[in-house]
Design a protein around this ligand. Structure first.
Ligand SMILES: [Zn+2]
Length: 60
């Protein structure tokens, strides 16, 4: 069962086994092309926002 395909969370492309890194904030794989780019940061923020939405209780 090695057919676990990883996807870059920024560009949504499949990542070859070898060349990716894990974004430690969102804990998702990011390819070398997207790593360290502004786009990575933006997508990272969007991702964290969407996670935060689930946690917002609206109790203000
Ligand atoms: Zn990418």
């Amino acid at each position: 069962m090695e057919a676990f395909s990883k996807m870059c969370f920024v560009c949504k492309k499949n990542i070859a086994n070898s060349t990716y890194q894990l974004n430690s904030k969102v804990n998702l794989p990011v390819c070398n092309l997207c790593k360290g780019t502004d786009k990575e940061k933006i997508t990272e923020d969007e991702y964290l926002d969407s996670l935060a939405d689930d946690l917002v209780c609206g109790c203000i």
